[in-house]
Write a protein that binds this ligand. Structure first.
Ligand code: ADP
Length: 450
């Protein structure tokens, strides 16, 4: 096992990894930018090393600075968390070439699965359903129009290297497709340095359902069931739950097996997630694979009792998975609410500032993952997520009741957060009955402004 690891991330996920390392008897060294200087979570690591100024390009995305910190601290491995460099195969290669293990998959499987076009090709080869659309990258406007006419509108243009809901455009007709192509390409070029895009059928009433995978270097792959992340706005997840409330047993089985099959075909190890869209007829289509630990991993930890972060560290160190597929049991229902420092009334504008009060709920089945506290200053440089509230109960009804109670106890002042929106959604009859799709939250919010 590693004796010391570098945490190349910030905020709640850095703290999540620091805590796991401490419990495993591994020393942690956390990298931080000057914008995070003085944050309490840095004191919970064995050591903290400044890697640069606030802008992520100069710190959390700065590979030479991170490697220098890792060498100074003499670590055995680097944990990238999620976001920043977590899905950067070049970074994984650099780490390993410096004799530092990258806690994640091999650079090859990351490249293969991370490129959405190649990933869909691999899926088709292994009989994992994909939505109708282009077989590869779309090179010209004519080709785009031809595909759209074959599969029928609406279609979605997506960046091959896309992430975080960027580089996507929905088109309902030729004119929208032509302009959507151009804006998706330029957005993808500036955000990901890769302007390749592809087209697929846009499903109007679908749910987002994803499968948690974990594999070891010995070639074992196990799935940890699915999460439902249908409650989104602007293609970003707001509420995640496990299991998916509408899935029948056969579909669950087929979905989870398809995800494991795809990862096995890519020689995957570490924690990963295979994302699908699920339609009303229980057909599922692959969207993409995230080759890292995800924000919403705690709901899966709750229903399976498996610590995904610790298991990811163990397999990175070369240990065999400590459980088999038949050992993984689904227990109860877990829901996560992402608490973002945003004002839902003002189009989710970010709310940086100092927290005068930060009080979290507790009690049976309640977990809060957050790096915040009263007096914490939210830097303007990064993601607006400041806490994850996770509840786990025997049934979905009890989980919703527990979430409502917990949201009511949570006090964050003076900034605006997504708490009132979560409270509203927990009381919404469509959400409670499971009658929602990925556009549900946006329809609800746009109805308000009318
Ligand atoms: P990203 O990598 O940017 O997160 P994804 O491929 O995971 O992109 O898609 C993000 C979200 O966009 C999905 O959760 C879903 O809401 C929406 N989406 C993507 N593809 C489709 C599609 N074919 N039809 C309908 N919605 C889609």
């Amino acid at each position: 096992m590693f004796s010391r690891i570098l945490v190349a991330n910030r905020g709640e996920i850095a703290l999540r990894i620091i805590r796991a390392a401490r419990e495993m008897g591994i020393e942690s060294v956390v990298a931080y930018s000057t914008a995070d200087e003085g944050s309490e979570y840095l004191k919970l690591a064995d050591r903290a090393i400044c890697i640069g100024p606030g802008p992520a390009a100069q710190s959390y995305l700065n590979i030479p600075a991170i490697i220098a910190a890792a060498e100074v601290a003499n670590v055995d491995a680097i944990h990238p968390g999620y976001g920043f460099l977590a899905e950067n195969s070049h970074f994984a290669e650099v780490c390993r070439s410096c004799n530092i293990e990258f806690i994640g998959p091999s650079a090859e499987s990351m490249k293969l699965l991370g490129d959405k076009v190649q990933c869909k090709q691999l899926a088709r080869k292994h009989k994992v359903p994909t939505s109708p659309g282009s077989k590869g990258a779309v090179k010209s406007e004519e080709q785009a129009l031809k595909i759209a006419h074959e599969i029928g509108y609406p279609v979605i243009v997506k960046a091959a290297s896309g992430g975080g809901g960027r580089g996507m455009r929905v088109a309902h007709n030729d004119i929208a497709l032509q302009s959507g192509m151009h804006s998706a390409i330029s957005e993808a070029e500036s955000a990901f340095g890769d302007g390749s895009v592809y087209i697929e059928k846009f499903l109007e009433r679908a749910r987002h359902v994803e499968v948690q995978i974990i594999g070891d270097k010995q070639g074992n792959i196990v799935h940890l069931f699915e999460r439902d992340c249908t409650m989104q706005r602007r293609h970003q997840k707001l509420i995640e739950e496990a299991p998916c409330p509408v899935l029948d047993k056969e579909t669950r089985d087929a979905l989870c097996k398809a995800a494991a099959r795809l990862c096995k075909a890519a020689g995957y190890y570490g924690a990963g997630t295979v994302e699908f869209l699920l339609d009303d007829d229980m057909n599922f289509y692959l969207m993409e694979v995230n080759t890292r630990v995800q924000v919403e991993h705690p709901v899966t930890e709750a229903i399976t009792g498996i610590d995904i972060v610790k298991t990811g560290i163990k397999v990175a160190a070369g240990e065999e998975l400590p459980f088999k597929q038949s050992d993984v049991k689904l227990n109860g229902c877990a829901i996560e609410a992402r608490i973002n420092a945003e004002d839902p009334q003002r189009d989710f504008a970010p709310q940086p500032g100092t927290l005068s009060r930060f009080k979290v709920p507790g009690g049976y089945g309640v977990r809060v993952d957050s790096h915040c506290y009263s007096g914490y200053r939210i830097p303007p440089n990064y993601d607006s997520m400041i806490a994850k509230l996770i509840v786990h109960q025997p049934t979905r009804g009890q989980a919703i009741a527990c979430m409502k109670r917990s949201l009511g106890e949570m006090l964050i002042e003076p900034i605006k957060t997504t708490i009132p929106l979560h409270q509203r959604l927990m009381n919404n009859t469509n959400f409670v009955s499971g009658d929602v799709d990925i556009h549900f939250v946006e329809r609800l919010l746009s109805a308000d402004s009318k």
